[in-house]
Write a protein that binds this ligand. Structure first.
Ligand code: NAD
Length: 367
């Protein structure tokens, strides 16, 4: 039976990347029934919202989506649809595997980590007090009265809520991922030495979940600054890393840097009921329509989708074909060549051709 999946092609370079990804996913031989749903800047012009209900309804009905990047215009009317999707569908976990493939230019060829980032809480909760507002003055007065700290008058404030509920479910997600994919260790990351009531709570709750629910999986903790230092010296010592929202955002970009850049950095946003697979990178609008950018990050997000729906053999085959194309270094886009103006760089659709040929060749016994 065909897998029913919502496909959001996105805007900018999203549609051309999405087309390449559709072709390689179908090239695995797995049957898909796509529901194509446009969203983003162009839709905003036509429908008055960048994320119409039809898109959410489609994902709610199918439970699964794959999504090209969507532009968030700076200073214009609408908020990021990426954030809206995560909130509306309660996609509380952001998974970002960071794996170095042979042939990618990186100083860290041993890297194979998975960053599990909490998506809703922390300084991203959107609870903010603006400089000059009465509510900010009231908050200052409350803080001075209740715990004696006199904050400066000329402040803006962002609130950092971390809950036991939110922490338990992200930590469980990290352990469940480790178990499902045969990974041996989970590292919880925090700054509990400074923020005792938020990061301290995150750490204590993670320890409790680890001890009570997952005694068979190795567990450790790291302070976030120390983790960053260690990731750029010996990333091979890390496996699954679980973090609150802000550290997760920063460390997952660091991870993308470790493995050779945005062109090969996949991701997924996961909740209890729905999952949306998307690359880490944005819509690279300056290259729109040029058949130029690298579709591999979204292809690798497609590999994650295949594993998520338990099509593991197809996932392995597609990942191997992508890895082969990277290692051979010929049919790759400009960002994976030794110099960015390398005339032998191929286009987005050519990468899809090469990956499909590789899958077919491998199947026919031509390595
Ligand atoms: P970007 O990721 O689009 O581009 C950053 C740099 O990386 C650019 O130099 C770009 O050319 C290069 N790049 C990106 N993807 C590439 C690819 N697949 N192959 C080769 N090179 C690639 O980031 P940006 O310029 O900061 O953002 C552009 C727009 O995308 C913004 O509106 C932003 O809000 C949006 N965005 C969307 C998502 C998403 O949909 N999940 C994520 C990040 C940014």
């Amino acid at each position: 039976m065909a897998h029913r999946v919502t496909f959001i092609p996105g805007d900018g370079t999203g549609p051309e990347i999405s087309e390449a990804v559709r072709r390689v996913l179908e090239g695995t031989g797995i049957q898909f029934e796509w529901d194509w749903q446009s969203a983003g800047a162009d839709v905003y012009e036509e429908e008055g919202t960048p994320l119409p209900d039809r898109v959410l309804d489609s994902v709610r009905e199918r439970g699964l989506a794959i999504k090209g990047p969507v532009t968030t215009p700076v200073g214009s009317g609408f908020r990021s649809i990426n954030v809206a999707l995560r909130k509306e569908l309660d996609l509380y976990a952001c998974l970002r595997p960071c794996k170095s493939y042979e042939g990618v230019r990186t100083r860290f060829p041993e890297t194979d980590i998975v960053v599990v980032r909490e998506n809703h809480e922390d300084l991203y909760a959107g609870v903010e007090y603006e400089l000059g507002d009465q509510s900010t003055a009231d908050l200052r007065a409350f803080i001075e009265e209740s715990e004696g700290t006199a904050l400066r008058e000329d402040i803006g404030v962002s609130i950092k809520p971390i809950s036991v509920y939110g922490t338990k479910r992200i930590v469980r997600e990290a352990f469940e991922y480790a178990k499902a994919y045969g990974r041996s260790k989970v590292t919880v990351v925090h700054k509990a030495n400074i923020m005792k009531f938020t990061d301290g709570l995150f750490l204590a709750t993670a320890r409790e979940v680890a001890e009570q629910e997952y005694p068979d999986v190795e567990f450790e903790d790291r302070i976030v600054d120390n983790l960053c230092n260690q990731l750029v010296s010996r990333p091979e010592e890390y496996d699954v890393i679980v973090l609150p929202n802000l550290y997760g955002d920063i460390v997952s970009d660091l991870g993308a840097g470790l493995i050779g850049g945005l062109g090969v950095a996949p991701g997924a946003n996961i909740g209890d009921d729905y999952a949306v697979f998307e690359a880490v990178h944005g819509s690279a609008p300056k290259y729109k329509g040029q058949n130029k950018v690298n579709p591999m990050a979204l292809m690798l997000s497609g590999v994650m989708l295949l594993r998520h729906i338990d099509e593991r053999e197809a996932a392995d085959r597609l990942e191997q074909a992508i890895a082969d194309v990277i290692r051979e270094g010929e049919s790759v886009t400009y960002d994976m060549k030794p110099t960015r103006d390398d005339p032998t760089a191929v286009g987005t659709s050519d990468v899809a051709d090469a990956v499909i040929a590789r899958m077919n060749g491998a199947a026919a016994g031509h390595p």
